[in-house]
Design a protein around this ligand. Structure first.
Ligand SMILES: N[C@@H](CCC(=O)N[C@@H](CS)C(=O)NCC(=O)O)C(=O)O
Length: 231
């Protein structure tokens, strides 16, 4: 069975890496089974080679593939049934969604949830998390994440192109989901599984879309506990 290296937290069942969620949905999309191997930030020596020190990493027999985009391309090459990109256009459009989400949405998610993401780390990982993030942001975690409500307003505004698209179609892939939708579910699961902040009002069609994504593959995403459900 394939193995997927995923990001662990101090909670046995909490997994919120957006990049890993993309791949879990992609594997389920193709009906492929996998074993999840959760690894903490400070356990990089446990990662199979080659790697870039990050997860996800997929091990498929003697093949090791890292980086979520490259894993998606690999899965379509190796398992061409139920393609994640059913055309060149779908691949190039997903590349836009990847860069849009990583450059616009990830910053806002991080400003909304950083203190919860930090609290979810084991003590050893907290040090790594704080040092790497503070050197990246140039300010303390507390300052970066100091106004989650304002970041949420910006985030909901940034989703307007998605909201308008969903008025006329169920998924970014059209009638059926494709890798673009799995990029989006990664974003939603990052917040749902990693933070207590409620993202959407029920009337928002993005909330309905999130529910639709959570229902896919026998409730794959929903089976993972929400951070807010922790006592
Ligand atoms: N480009 C990579 C990014 C993966 C990534 O940043 N993963 C995070 C977890 S969400 C990670 O492993 N970070 C390790 C670290 O910050 O030390 C991909 O798309 O797979």
């Amino acid at each position: 069975m394939m193995q997927l290296y995923d990001l662990a937290t101090k909670y046995p069942d909490i997994r919120f890496s957006p990049f890993c969620w993309r791949i879990k949905y992609s594997l389920a999309h193709k009906g492929l089974a996998w074993e999840d191997i959760p690894v903490c930030f400070t356990e990089k020596d446990l990662l199979p080679a080659p790697n870039d020190g990050k997860v996800p990493i997929l091990v498929d027999g003697d093949k090791v593939v890292f980086d979520s985009w490259d894993i998606a391309l690999y899965l379509d090459r190796k398992y061409p049934k139920d393609l994640l990109f059913d055309s060149e256009e779908s691949r190039t459009q997903s590349l836009f969604i990847k860069h849009w989400s990583e450059t616009v949405l990830h910053v806002l998610i991080s400003r909304m949830g950083i203190m919860d993401f930090y609290d979810a780390q084991k003590d050893l990982d907290k040090k790594h998390f704080r040092e790497t993030r503070e050197s990246r942001f140039g300010i303390t975690l507390e300052d970066w994440g100091g106004n989650p409500a304002a970041a949420r307003v910006e985030f909901l505004k940034a989703l307007e192109p998605l909201r308008q698209t969903l008025r006329s179609q169920k998924f970014l892939g059209g009638l059926e989901p494709n890798f673009s939708d799995y990029i989006m579910v990664g974003i939603f699961q990052w917040m749902r599984c990693g933070s207590r902040l409620k993202l959407f009002e029920a009337a928002d069609n993005v909330a309905t879309y999130q529910e639709r994504l959570l229902d896919l593959f026998d409730g794959l995403g929903r089976a993972s506990p929400a951070y807010a459900s922790l006592s």
